[in-house]
Ligand binder design. Structure first.
Ligand SMILES: [Zn+2]
Ligand SMILES: [Zn+2]
Length: 338
């Protein structure tokens, strides 16, 4: 009863499932029993590159509060919560100037010995967001949908915009209904290959799904000779491919992590200048908008169940990671349940 199963990762692509002590509750921290934790592209980067030592991982968490430290009053034992993967402090210069989205000092659980791929997780007060009315599997999508919300906000989509969503991983798929709600007149969804991702893109409101492997993107493909907004959740090369598709005054929002020598962005500087384009990075740290996302899920504006392709037990975490790595076309969100 005093130990729990927890997953550990070490690059390149090593995993261990260990029995470790259940963490002790501290003043401003709560012990949360994990009900569901999604696998994310970031987990892949830890497995492939970032985890130079064995470490815990998993940051898309829905669970139940088991016990709270003395400093926590907004949730109590038995409450269902989703966890911000990083919060904001409320006291730094950026927070006090109304820019909590730029807070560099928010609490998080990334330094814990174990994280969301475990039976229990210790989470700081600021990260605990109560929820109800959703299954844990769907609720754990709150964190990645917040990432998609940030990408769509950064792109400043306005009423009547023609929008290209480039890259149909889970984040790209989540962004499609959000772009529609922001007022996009037409949403083009582009992905290298088809399969399940293309199907969900259409179900989520994409007007057209373009498979770039057979159909390289050219301005002539678009009814207005290009798009007003591009959302890129793909490799960095995709930015260079999307730039020539932008209409006058277009904004391109990019989210993606790529390490190594390939991580250089290049595009035509004259085109960029004369077309008055903007390239903006989206990075949802701190993780904001959780209450809004929970409402979007509950109201069915984003159909969480369609995003989940696999639910697997914690003991099968290594197999689940391999599944995500090896079957990109058929895998959407893989959710781990202890
Ligand atoms: Zn994530
Ligand atoms: Zn702050």
């Amino acid at each position: 009863m005093n130990t729990m199963l927890a997953g550990f990762v070490k690059a390149p692509f090593g995993f261990e499932m260990r029995e470790v002590p259940i963490p002790d509750v501290r003043d401003d921290w709560a012990l949360v029993k994990v009900d569901a934790c999604g696998i994310c592209g970031t987990d892949m980067h830890y497995a492939n590159h970032l985890a130079t030592e064995w470490q815990g991982f998993g940051h898309e968490v829905a669970g139940v509060v088991m016990s709270v430290g003395a400093g926590i009053t907004h949730v109590k034992e038995g409450d269902r919560v989703v966890l911000e993967s990083g919060s904001y402090c409320g006291t730094c210069e950026q927070c006090r100037n109304g820019r909590s989205d730029l807070c560099p000092r928010g609490k998080n659980f990334w330094q814990n010995p174990t994280m969301g791929f475990a039976e229990y997780i210790l989470a700081p007060r600021e990260c605990l967001v109560p929820y109800s009315g959703l299954t844990p599997e769907v609720a754990c999508l709150t964190e990645p949908i917040g990432v998609a919300v940030d990408m769509v906000r950064v792109a400043d989509i306005a009423l009547g915009d023609e929008v290209l969503m480039f890259g149909l991983g889970p984040i790209g798929l989540m962004a499609i209904p959000l772009a529609r709600m922001r007022g996009a007149a037409r949403v083009y969804a582009a992905n290298r290959s088809g399969g399940r991702r293309a199907q969900v893109a259409a179900a989520f409101g994409a007007d057209e799904v373009i498979l770039t492997r057979d159909n390289p993107l050219t301005p002539g493909h678009f009814r207005k000779g290009g798009v007003d907004r591009a959302l890129v959740s793909a490799s960095v090369e995709a930015i260079g491919q999307a730039m020539p598709l932008m209409r006058y005054g277009g904004i391109l929002s990019f989210i993606g992590i790529q390490y190594g020598d390939g991580a250089r962005i290049s595009f035509d500087a004259n085109d960029f200048h004369f077309k008055k384009l903007q390239l903006r990075a989206s990075h949802a740290a701190p993780a904001l908008y959780f209450p809004q996302v929970l409402d979007l899920l509950r109201d069915g504006h984003v159909d969480g169940n369609q995003l989940i392709s696999h639910v697997m037990p914690l003991a099968k975490l290594p197999e689940a990671m391999a599944l995500v790595r090896d079957h990109r076309e058929e895998v959407l969100k893989v959710v781990i349940t202890p």
